[in-house]
Design a protein around this ligand. Structure first.
Ligand code: ADP
Ligand code: ADP
Ligand code: ZN
Length: 215
């Protein structure tokens, strides 16, 4: 049983680490960014609302996020735990989620906070490419797919997210600093924060996360 949140600024490596963690602990990887992008692609009412915010690098309003995640973790595949990637992202979401967990008699095990400085994040994000189908992240220089434009895992199209332009990335840093970084103190206070040095190789980051999460 592992109930884990992945925290960290845009580009910290949350999506990159998520696959290995989900596999190791046999829990589903739930990425709110991936869920919103799937809704945008399908043109659902949620997708239409979310898109306006995502395109500008702003957060989607809390009321569109909380129920979505809380319904998701009540599904059967989460009986053994879950890995949340990109949620919570505001103090409101964190408090709402804590109240929800309490009402279900659940508790988070750990909040893994991947720490990376902005000067390292910027080139990671502007060079990022992602699979349109499964969401797996790549990088044009440091982690290109084996065949250009094709996902190694699922064969989906590897593309550049519109919000990974330099201008929008700088906006997302600002949003992170103002709205998400207060969660570090919030989860430190509840004794759940596991800080990780994200400026290491992908494998080293993974090992540090596993060491903190235990068996
Ligand atoms: P990143 O790779 O930068 O961490 P994500 O893929 O997690 O980005 O999120 C992309 C966008 O989706 C965010 O900029 C935001 O607009 C929206 N989003 C994702 N998760 C949340 C959330 N928990 N609350 C509000 N907006 C969110
Ligand atoms: P997040 O989900 O936190 O926004 P990603 O996992 O999508 O971040 O990673 C952002 C970019 O940085 C991707 O292009 C990815 O290939 C690259 N990346 C991830 N981890 C590392 C690492 N440890 N060292 C160098 N580049 C990395
Ligand atoms: Zn894929």
């Amino acid at each position: 049983m592992k109930r884990v949140v992945l925290l960290g600024p845009p580009g910290a490596g949350k999506g990159t680490q998520a696959t290995g963690i989900a596999e190791k602990y046999n829990i589903p990887h739930i990425s709110t960014g991936d869920i919103f992008r799937a809704n945008v692609k399908e043109g659902t009412p949620l997708g239409k609302k979310a898109k306006e915010y995502m395109d500008q690098g702003l957060l989607v309003p809390d009321e569109l996020v909380c129920d979505l995640v809380e319904d998701r973790i009540m599904q059967e595949d989460c009986a053994n735990g879950y890995l949340l990637d990109g949620f919570p992202r505001t103090l409101f979401q964190a408090e709402h989620f804590d109240n929800f967990l309490k009402s279900k008699g659940q508790e988070l095990d750990s909040v893994v906070d991947i720490e990376v400085s902005e000067d390292v994040l910027l080139p990671r994000l502007t060079g990022r490419r992602v699979c349109r189908n499964c969401g797996r992240p790549y990088h044009v220089i440091t982690m290109p797919p084996k065949v250009e434009g094709v996902c190694d895992v699922c064969g989906g199209e590897v593309y550049q997210r519109a919000d990974d332009s330099e201008e929008t990335v700088l906006n997302r840093f600002k949003v992170y600093n103002e709205q998400t970084s207060p969660l570090i103190e919030y989860y430190t206070a509840s004794g759940k924060l596991a800080p990780i040095n994200g400026e290491q190789s992908q494998a080293e980051v993974f090992d540090e996360i596993c060491a903190k999460l235990g068996d």
